[in-house]
Design a binder for this molecule. Structure first.
Ligand SMILES: N[C@@H](CCC(=O)N[C@@H](CS)C(=O)NCC(=O)O)C(=O)O
Length: 242
């Protein structure tokens, strides 16, 4: 039975899983779960993932959620090249270190920028107050500083000379605020050079294809009917505006 992947490429973790599978020639059936349409709450998707988030996969009878768990499963199952998740103890620990840190740093702050600049103004019809926005930009910049100083240092990639899952997870998150119109690479030559290396390593065509939706997000959101975003309102009020 073929591998099914439940994805929406607006979502950063979906892009990492998608790129990882494509780059490693892992065959799968693409099942689009449109977050804007609220498909994650459908009865059918509840059978795939009770977490009601994307990505998720179904491999035969086996359903799995969480992007990192999915990529590690695929790496082991498909024997992907070692550099993605090195067998070397300390290199692997470096990948794990980044994957453990990023959730509460780059991911949360980059994602917040997308909500603050694009989704919340559309869904609620109001701009985010300046002070709140300034604080969010400051948080994201602090995370990017740590990314450059602690995780990248003077290495081509996070673990050294080769790309790993850590770089893949990092780039998809760092592109999220870019999709909201924030040029995170401005005045950050080290970050920009790293991004160019990661894009070249993944392959420019695949990288651009996976990021197409997010890079056109400003246009897409402009023409979106705010009524379609009703299901996001409780989350917005609870997590972002409380
Ligand atoms: N830790 C999870 C995060 C998954 C996640 O938060 N997905 C978001 C999109 S980026 C989602 O499905 N949100 C739907 C919702 O909250 O309704 C992973 O890495 O897979």
């Amino acid at each position: 039975m073929s591998l099914e992947m439940y994805l929406d490429l607006f979502s950063q973790p979906c892009r990492s899983v998608y790129i990882f599978a494509q780059k490693n020639d892992i065959q799968f059936d693409y099942k689009k779960i449109s977050l804007f349409e609220g498909y994650q709450y459908s009865e059918e998707y509840g059978k795939i993932s009770l977490l009601r988030k994307v990505p998720a996969i179904k491999d035969g009878d086996f359903c799995l959620a969480e992007s990192v768990a999915i990529m590690l499963y695929l790496a082991e199952k498909c024997h992907t090249p070692d550099h993605w998740y090195p067998a070397d103890l300390q290199k692997r620990a470096r990948v794990n270190e980044y994957l453990s840190w990023q959730h509460s740093a780059i991911r949360i702050h980059g994602s917040k920028m997308f909500w603050f600049k694009l989704l919340i103004p559309k869904a609620l019809g109001v701009e985010i107050p300046k002070e709140k926005m300034d604080n969010a930009v400051e948080d994201l910049n602090a995370s990017l500083n740590l990314f450059e100083e602690k995780f990248l240092q003077d290495r081509p990639f996070i673990v050294g000379d080769q790309i790993s899952l850590a770089d893949l997870v990092a780039i998809v998150e760092i592109m999220q605020p870019v999709g909201a119109g924030m040029d995170v690479f401005e005045n950050r030559p080290k970050l920009k050079a790293w991004k160019d290396r990661v894009r070249a390593e993944i392959g420019a065509e695949l990288f651009d294809e996976a990021h197409q939706a997010i890079l056109y997000a400003q246009e897409a959101v402009k023409t979106m009917d705010p009524k379609k975003m009703e299901h996001f309102k409780p989350k917005i009020l609870r997590y972002f505006l409380s």
